[in-house]
Design a protein around this ligand. Structure first.
Ligand code: ADP
Length: 191
């Protein structure tokens, strides 16, 4: 654990071999219980934009749990099992990432797992205003949590599950927008 933390704060080292800032960061991180994080979403279907957020979050945290949300009020193209199966395939190369589905409030999942960090991705101001409200609501429900936003990389800025489904419905090429397993699943839905 020490190694991981000191690598993260490696730039803080000094000539005496002591890393006072790293140690402060360690105390801070331990205090926040920040080693694990949760990335929840509908993932209907998962896109390369989602995968990019997963890869980047997993490089920061020791463990990342992707939570495939099942909201009874929402209509999905893919069932929770189908979305989970696709996600399981996609995260295979990421050794510190696991996924599960959840059909209740996301904050209840964090409570159950004793995790305090919730990751969300943002593509721009529209996303941000929605995500900001969501973060406020989640904080009100469970004050212990912190929502951290990861901004998309520019090449993924236009990737949106809803537009990808529309494109796939018209048999458009989505192979540069979603992982191969999702290309196949979309073809299966719209053939
Ligand atoms: P929701 O969970 O709101 O139904 P999604 O499943 O589409 O939405 O997305 C889950 C999370 O991933 C959200 O925080 C969303 O803003 C983010 N996200 C979606 N697409 C991208 C993208 N292309 N780049 C970065 N983040 C994204």
């Amino acid at each position: 654990m020490e190694g991981v933390l000191e690598r993260r704060a490696g730039f803080c080292g000094n000539k005496t071999g002591q890393r006072p800032v790293a140690r402060q960061i360690k105390v801070f991180i331990v205090d926040l219980g920040m080693f694990k994080a949760v990335f929840p979403g509908s993932f209907d279907p998962p896109t390369l934009g989602h995968l990019n957020i997963i890869e980047r979050a997993s490089a920061v945290f020791d463990e990342l749990i992707v939570v495939v949300a099942e909201n009874k009020q929402k209509e999905y193209l893919f069932s929770a099992d189908e979305r989970l199966e696709m996600m399981q395939e996609i995260i295979k190369p990421c050794k510190n990432v696991t996924c599960t589905s959840w059909d209740s409030l996301v904050v209840d999942f964090l409570k159950q797992e004793g995790i305090r960090i919730l990751i969300r991705g943002v593509r721009g101001m529209d996303d941000f205003s929605h995500e900001f409200e969501l973060a406020m609501m989640n904080k009100a429900l469970y004050p212990h949590i912190e929502t951290l936003f990861i901004s998309t990389e520019s090449k993924y800025i236009v990737l949106r599950s809803s537009s990808i489904k529309e494109l796939a419905a018209f048999h458009g090429d989505v192979s540069r927008m979603v992982p191969p397993v999702v290309v196949k699943a979309l073809k299966g839905k719209f053939q």
